[in-house]
Write a protein that binds this ligand. Sequence first.
Ligand SMILES: [Fe+2]
Ligand SMILES: [Fe+2]
Length: 143
Amino acid sequence: MNELLVKRLNEQLVSEYEAVFNYLYHSTKVKSDEIRKAMEDFSRDELEHARMLISYIISLGGEPVFMMPKVNQEQDEVQVLIYSIAAEESAVKMYTMVQQIIDDVEGREIIGRTIRVEEEHHRKLEEILNKVKEFYKGKRGAK
Ligand SMILES: [Fe+2]
Ligand SMILES: [Fe+2]
């Protein structure tokens, strides 16, 4: 068994649990419908990633970790977006590093697909953040 790979995949699994619950939590707190919808969708995607990691770890003969993560309880919409963007950036970086220690094509592809989803989350969050910033700028200008 590739112990190092299992260890790294389990670390990612913990990050995915955090992502599932952070998006779920924030989706109940934000006021914007667009942000809430995105966070609900992302929460489901992150759960899919957790499921993917669990079966990958089991297929390698490892033991997947199960735990309840700590939730980021930031309330401010802009801060939530900034926090989430940083988390997605970190996910892409970590998965890219994990991908480098995988020696089978199929495993690398599974992680590659996950990286693309995280990149899409990142893109969408940046888009929303820019819109929110424009909205506040407009409000200030109207005064
Ligand atoms: Fe994820
Ligand atoms: Fe993500």
